[in-house]
Design a protein around this ligand. Structure first.
Ligand code: GDP
Length: 300
């Protein structure tokens, strides 16, 4: 958690700076509040939550007649944790019947970090003592299956692949089939993320899910979003949520982003929790999402 805090603080500390500025002003006038609100908005918190938060903070500070920085920071921390919603269930559903693996589908636009996240999640699950299998159902790009295969070798997980251009659903089916035959605990299925037409995407992802379900229920559909893409990422999230039942979000590239506020927006938009965050390109750079640790990272 210390590492998480350092990484987030490294990229998001403009919020901490804005807070310090707010608290060090001789008099907190309209301009100071405006600047603070702008900082919240540019960290992708969303206009409505940012405005609400500033209003709340203003009135609480006024009631308490406060100029003490530690108390103001504490108030802001409480409000931010509330916005991130600490009560959502963020656990990964890995329940499975005897002889049938839990299945997790990873969906999202190309380049968001889907394949990397499958690799990192595989590593995490193996470290927990689970037997894991990867399904390379992104058959559109040969490089995608190769990349997943490389991740598999790296983290000690076998990758089930098809030929280039093979039907993604059949690769997913084979992966789950092999998972059953080998008694795997979890099958992680990587999917293609071409967004050229919504209908094409809907057909493909829907079919992959339906075909998997002939063998085993799909436990989770995790949507991978790149935190650096802001509003564009939110628009993508909306499209995916329309075509498949998303059960959780993985927010990647938070290590390089000053826009951690996107967590709040995307959860509000989809009504599902952020379950993991990506903090780098390495195998261990995935963390379960912890609202309090995250907010502490944002505040620096
Ligand atoms: P996909 O097309 O969605 O499968 O995306 P990839 O897994 O190929 O990732 C695209 C690029 O993003 C690669 O260069 C990854 O190393 C990088 N990447 C993925 N996750 C993270 C992350 O959390 N932080 C950073 N900095 N880079 C990431």
């Amino acid at each position: 958690m210390v590492r998480l805090r350092r990484r987030l603080a490294g990229s998001n500390n403009h919020l901490a700076r804005a807070l310090a500025e707010l608290l060090s002003a001789d008099r907190i006038d309209e301009d100071v509040w405006d600047d603070f609100e702008t900082t919240l908005i540019t960290s992708d918190l969303g206009v409505a939550p940012a405005t609400e938060l500033v209003e709340k903070l203003r009135s609480e500070l006024a009631i308490e007649g406060i100029s003490e920085p530690a108390r103001a920071r504490q108030l802001l921390r409480t409000e931010l944790v509330g916005l991130v919603d600490p009560n959502l269930d963020r656990g990964l559903n890995l329940d499975h019947a005897e002889g049938r693996p839990a299945v997790i589908m990873m969906v999202g636009v190309n380049g968001t970090g889907k394949t990397t996240t499958v690799g990192k999640l595989g590593r995490m699950l193996v470290a927990q003592g689970r037997s894991v299998l990867f399904g390379a159902a992104d058959t559109f790009r040969a490089a995608a299956a190769e990349q997943l295969g490389t991740w598999g070798e790296r983290v000690g997980v076998r990758t089930v692949r098809g030929d280039e251009g093979a039907d993604p659903a059949s690769v997913a089916f084979n992966a789950v089939d092999e998972g059953i035959a080998t008694g795997a605990d979890v099958v992680l299925v990587d999917t293609a993320g071409r967004l050229h037409t919504k209908v094409g995407l809907m057909d493909e992802l829907g079919k992959v899910k339906r075909v998997i379900e002939k063998k085993a229920p799909v436990n989770e559909v995790l949507l991978v979003l790149d935190a650096t893409t802001g509003q564009n990422g939110l628009a993508q999230a909306r499209i995916f949520a329309e075509v498949v039942d998303v059960t959780g979000i993985v927010l990647t590239k938070l290590d390089g982003s000053a826009k951690g506020g996107i967590v709040v927006q995307v959860q509000r938009e989809l009504g599902v929790p952020v379950k993991f965050i990506g903090l780098g390109e390495g195998a261990d750079d995935l963390a379960p999402f912890d609202p309090e640790g995250f907010v502490d990272g944002l505040l620096g």
